[in-house]
Structures are given as C-alpha cells and as structure tokens.
Design a binder for this molecule. Sequence first.
Ligand code: NAD
Length: 364
Amino acid sequence: MKSFKIAVLPGDGIGPEVMAEARRVLSAVEAKFSLQFELTEARVGGIAIDVDGKALPEETVRVCRESDAILFGSVGGPKWESLPPNEQPERAALLPLRKLFGLFANLRPGICFPKLTHASPVKESIVAGGFDVLCVRELTGGLYFGQPKYCREEDGDVIAVDTMVYKKSEIERIAHVAFKAAQGRRKLLTSIDKANVLENSVLWRKTVIEIGKQYPEVTLQHLYVDNAAMQLVKNPKGFDVILAENLFGDILSDEMAMITGSLGMLPSASLGLQETATGRFGLFEPSGGTAPDIAGKGIANPIAQILSVAMMLRYALGEPAAADAIDAAVLKVIDDGLRTGDIWSEGTRRIGTKEMGEAIAAAI
Ligand code: NAD
C-alpha cells in the first residue's frame, strides 16, 4: 500500500470548515484506491499569530518539510488587518512558504462546469457545455522580482523603475511543467509572450520552442498577450494549457477565473523546485480567501478545497486515477443539482458545507 505524508494547514475563517470536507474526501480516496495518507495538522495565518506569535511558526515549517505535499486552506481576516503589512497573515505566511520551498510554478485551472454556465458573465453561446483551461504561471521571476527596482527623484522629476529579468533556465523549468501538464490533458499548449517588443519574450518564445521538441505529441502555439486576453473571452474552449511568465500569467489567470463565473470553486497549485519520484513537492489551496462574511455558518462551498486535493494527487503524489475520481465526483454532485449558497440557482437543492463534502465523498 502506498503511503503519503501530508501537511494540513487549515488557516482562518472558512479554512477549517472546508478543510474538514477535504479530509473526508481524502478518506474516501484512501479506501477506494488502497492509499494511505498520514495527515499532520499545523497552525498558519491569524490563528498562528494568536497562539504562537507569528503567522508561520517553526513547527509548521517542520511539518511541511517532513511532508510530501502541503494542503493549505486560506489565511487572514479583519482581526489581523491592523497589523503592519509585513506581519499580516497572507504576506507573513504564504510568501515565506513560497520562498522556502522554491514554489516557482503556479497552476490555476479555469473550469466552467457545464451545469453552471449561467454564472459566467460571458454569453451562453460562448460557454455552452462548459470549458476547462489550465493556466501555468511562472511565479518567482520577471518584473515582480527583477533588480533594480526603485522610485526616486531624478533631475527634477520622479522616476519609477521595475526590471524584467528571466534566465533561460527559469523558462526551461516552467516550460517543462506546462508541457507535462498538457501531456496529461488535451495536448495543446499556448505560450504567451510579447515577442514583438520585449527581449524577455524573444528568449521566452525561443526557449519554449526548444523545450517543445521533447514533447512532440503536444501541439504548441504562441499568442501575444494582448491577443490572448481577447481570445480568452471570445473562445475559452479553444485553449487547453496556457503558459505565461509572472505578470502576464497573473492577469490572464484572473481573467480566466472570472469568465468561469465560479471563482469560489477554483483550486490552485504552487509547485516547488524539489522533484520527487511521484511529481513535484507543492502547496495546494483554493483560489479564494477566508470569506469572513460567511465563516462559522457551515455554508461555505468546500469544492475549491476538495479540487485542491485532486491537484495534489495529480501533480505531487502521482495518483492521476484518484485525482480523476475526485473531479468526476464533483461533476456528478453538480449534475445531481446539489449546490451551496454561492452557486445556488432556481430548481437546484441548497445544501451546507458538510452535506456537500459528504455527497462528494459518497460519489467517490
Ligand atoms: P474572499 O475570497 O475570502 O471572499 C470574497 C467573496 O467570495 C465573499 O463574499 C465570500 O463569502 C465568497 N467566498 C469565497 N470563498 C467562498 C467559498 N468557499 N464558499 C462560498 N463563498 C465564498 O476574498 P476577500 O473577502 O477579499 O478576503 C477575505 C480575507 O481572505 C482577507 O483577509 C484576505 O487577505 C484573505 N485572503 C487570503 C487568501 C489566501 O490565503 N491565499 C487569498 C485571498 C484572500
């Protein structure tokens, strides 16, 4: 029997509520696929500030280091918003985790479920039947981190400088992640750049083409980022995997999530430098936050957290069949008309967090 160690970091707000349902689904997967999960819970975010004095205690880092993957809830809330920015839960917990584990690849699926297309802000004729796009965003390079970076007075004016830097090796490693993801999907990779004006993009395109030769079964196409932004709204079904550098990926992945109409149902993965026998070490979490407005009421939608479990099985633990089973179970409960309040519509059945978790676990 294969066994995996998982660090479980529920965090704040609805985090612990939706995490309980993710754990329920993991138990169902354990039984069905003869896997064994050793789950260790640790504090992170506001709760850790309250109990341990900081958002990412050493004990939590230790638990993460000793695990095969991190299953993360979300952190933050009104209680900690008056702290200095550097001590606030998101910044003081997530950024150090990214740094500690070299989380360079951000995977964000944009899934529009066939039965939830009415929630999309885009015309029904465009989203009919739903769509499933995966955005692979480089997370540790580019404009956000390049040096020099400053804003100062010069010659009687004020000048702000950000620097866009990419090394070939950084492009190569993110390209491999994207091509591998495409291999397991519909085998179409769209690489985003602005090669008509940016030196960075010229290197990006050249490098992606080179790496693509190692993945002959994946069709590679290139789009300028401005055109990609338009094509995503016009025909989201025309995409399978999108590969983008940090800034372009930040913007396009948000656009894509918005087009799905179910922002609160989307998971995400941040994969690290460390390659293992089964995939890559990573942190798996919902795209949304702690939803303080509904925390403690038992009505939060656990699907984003549950789909994060599926991503963990797929990308870190090398268990695609178990991941597929979770994806299929989520699709089934949606098809069966079960809905938490955030996705409820006339003619469907409104249920709470726990009932949704139970229904998905039962469908597995
Ligand atoms: P949010 O995503 O928490 O909430 C936005 C809206 O979406 C709210 O109305 C909320 O009720 C709803 N929502 C979100 N998730 C839901 C779910 N699973 N089920 C049903 N409804 C859901 O964003 P926000 O209000 O901007 O942020 C709240 C707190 O979360 C802040 O403290 C913020 O810093 C933090 N946050 C944390 C993370 C993270 O941990 N990665 C990410 C984003 C925001």
